[in-house]
Design a protein around this ligand. Structure first.
Ligand code: KG4
Ligand code: ZN
Length: 341
């Protein structure tokens, strides 16, 4: 799977598509360092990511983050054989920061450069487990901006089975948390409060229950809003958090069950920021066990946005893909499933 010509040498990976500035050093499936500077605290006061502010913060932190990733790996720039950078999809100003720095470094060092789709990074983050991948794999990519069910036939061969029609699963957590008066980003807050709550206390919708693969999470947000209005001060935040978490997990699990029936995958994957959710992780692991299917879930630090996953995905690209020269441009759109129209 991995080409040795370039990849005998370490890859420096850079990620700046949203509100995390990250740099990592990767060799094959080994992550030597993975440094993440989160802007979450800064965006918390606005209740979401402010693109202009995100881009400015990336400018400030990108060089120190790269320096730290290199020093943690015990290497210097001269040891690096190639540079991988997220160039799509994401906030254009934020992406531009990583892409510009990556180009400058590749030019200075005269080494190859590759643009990686952020979604491919999430889908292949499990490689960081160091295990041999088994395909076909059905993977659930769930983050703050995405909820996609993907059939992976091999590295570079991705088929979109279904996605959300409206809000992403992570948005359901983030918006629900905001309505319940918890902080941003909401996923972790919901998970912590849910530990003390009763998931059956409040009945919340599962969204498009009759669809095999399409998903919808916007009704959930409206239902939480109504619940907050109805219950007022009497609301139990732990019970509401547990009920919300259960509703999101149930809706996602149902789609995975359908994909197991339809495609008999050799493995199941779970990736993206929401894959950090411990209940969802254990539900997917259980589903794999019940069906005798291997489950590959990246470690926590490779689930939320990070550069190591970009470096890992880059290792799977043949040498021809690295010949992008300096024309590489950032783009807000993913092209990962674009051949499917
Ligand atoms: O992949 P990611 O870091 O950024 C995007 O590309 O969106 O995902 C961030 C999302 C946020 O919506 C956040 O609330 C959610 O992942 N998240 C979680 C947990 N940790 C992060 N959702 C549920 N449970 C968690 N423990
Ligand atoms: Zn992401």
């Amino acid at each position: 799977m991995f080409s040795d010509s370039l990849f005998g040498k370490p890859t420096l990976a850079i990620e700046s598509s949203c509100d995390e500035t990250s740099a990592a050093v990767v060799v094959g499936q080994r992550v030597l360092s993975n440094v993440i500077a989160s802007q979450a605290e800064m965006h918390e006061k606005w209740g979401g990511v402010v693109p202009e502010a995100a881009a400015r913060a990336h400018v400030q932190s990108v060089i120190p983050v790269i320096d730290e990733a290199l020093s943690k790996s015990g290497l210097s720039l001269e040891d690096i054989g190639g540079i991988a950078v997220t160039n799509r999809p994401g906030l254009i100003g934020a992406l531009s920061v990583g892409v510009t720095v990556a180009k400058a470094l590749a030019f200075k060092l005269q080494i190859p450069l590759i643009g990686i789709d952020h979604l491919e990074g999430h889908l292949l983050a499990f490689l960081g487990l160091g295990v041999q991948p088994v395909f076909p794999m059905v993977s659930l990519l769930v983050s703050g901006g995405h909820s996609e069910l993907v059939l992976i036939r091999g590295c570079g061969d991705y088929e979109l089975l279904g996605q959300t029609r409206d809000d992403a699963a992570g948005e359901a957590f983030d918006k629900g948390a905001r309505l319940l008066g918890l902080g941003y980003p909401g996923g972790r807050q919901i998970q912590e409060h849910a530990k003390l709550g009763n998931p059956n206390r409040y009945s919340l919708p599962r969204g498009l229950a009759k669809e095999r693969y399409e998903m919808s999470f916007s009704g959930l947000k409206t239902a939480v809003l109504r619940l907050v209005e109805q219950e007022g001060n009497a609301i139990s935040v732990p019970d509401a958090a547990a009920s919300l978490q259960q509703a999101v997990c149930d809706a996602l699990l149902r789609r995975l069950e359908h994909a197991i029936e339809d495609y008999q995958p050799a493995s199941l994957g779970l990736c993206g920021g929401v894959a950090a959710n411990s209940q969802l992780r254990s539900m997917v692991e259980q589903l794999g066990e019940q069906n005798g299917i291997a489950v590959m879930i990246p470690p926590f630090e490779l689930c939320t946005d990070n550069a190591a996953m970009i470096g890992l995905a880059a290792q799977c690209h043949p040498i021809e893909d690295w010949e992008v020269g300096f024309e590489l441009e950032p783009s807000p759109r993913s092209l990962l499933f674009s051949d499917q129209g």
